[in-house]
Design a protein around this ligand. Structure first.
Ligand code: AP5
Length: 230
């Protein structure tokens, strides 16, 4: 869990480089669904582009489908559950699939840094490499260094939408983290996401070690960025 821009996907992708873990990347699943010319695809697109949370029934459907296609031993849920009415479906899916909930990790980031990370983000339309106009711009503005394709600005990464997404996070997602915190024996951890990615990643690994993921901490960890240029 964590606010928009806190690095949920960045860290999850680094962890998932191990063949042991699979990410259920809620935002990406919804973006894929939104480009399908179905009625639900069109509705989802509207929510995504306006920076609002997608209604829970659509979200649960894509998550359920994604779980069914997963064959790894470890699943990292990136961005689910994200509001109170998703807690019960989350536990139902947990029961249905006989999961053990090992840890809930909350990445903490100030809104000032989050805004810079999001408004500056540019994503390659072809290979998915991620750039940032403040921190790691491409060599040629608007063009991917890896494959020369056009870089895009996510519609929900405009300043106006980022403000809204951060507000929604505080109002709707923070209470979910608080819920997990209060419910023993769920182990919740807050990790500062202000530092460089490698350091945040190390902090997350330490948390995973605490909950018994020795396999994750002992393996040969990737030195690269996990996905594209970051
Ligand atoms: P989603 O795609 O999940 O977006 P988000 O959580 O709003 O934000 P981000 O993906 O932008 O943040 P992130 O924390 O993953 O950071 P990232 O690693 O990408 O969701 C999109 C939309 O889908 C939502 O608005 C909603 O409409 C819908 N949705 C999703 N889940 C839903 C749910 N459960 N219910 C209902 N609707 C749902 O990094 C961001 C940038 O920062 C990158 O450029 C990265 O390179 C950079 N960065 C990351 N970490 C660092 C670091 N430590 N230092 C410097 N830069 C960093």
């Amino acid at each position: 869990m964590g606010s928009p821009g806190s690095g949920k996907t960045t860290i999850a992708k680094k962890l998932a480089l191990s063949e042991l873990a699979t990410i259920i990347e809620t935002g990406e699943l919804l973006r894929k669904e939104s480009i399908r010319e179905t009625q639900s695809g069109k509705k989802i697109k509207h929510y995504l582009e306006s920076g609002d949370l997608v209604p829970t029934n659509y979200v649960v459907k894509v998550i359920d489908r994604a779980i069914a296609q997963t064959d790894g031993d470890i699943i990292i849920f990136d961005g689910f559950p994200r509001k109170s009415d998703q807690i019960e479906p989350f536990f139902k899916l947990k029961e249905k699939n006989d999961f053990l909930l090992q840890a809930v990790i909350g990445l903490k980031l100030s809104s000032t840094v989050a805004k810079k990370r999001l408004t500056g983000r540019r994503v390659c339309s072809q290979c998915g490499a991620v750039y940032n106009s403040y921190y790691n711009p491409p060599d040629k503005s608007g063009t991917c260094d890896n494959c020369n394709s056009e870089l895009r600005h996510r519609p929900d990464d405009s300043s106006e939408h980022v403000e809204k997404r951060l507000r929604i996070y505080n109002e709707q997602t923070m209470p979910v983290f608080e819920y997990f915190k209060k419910h023993d024996p769920i182990k919740t951890f807050s990790v500062s996401a202000e530092k460089p990615k490698e350091e945040v990643f190390e902090s997350v690994l330490q948390v995973l070690q605490k909950v018994g993921f020795d396999c994750v901490s002992n393996r040969n960890l990737p030195k690269g960025e996990g996905y594209g240029k970051q």
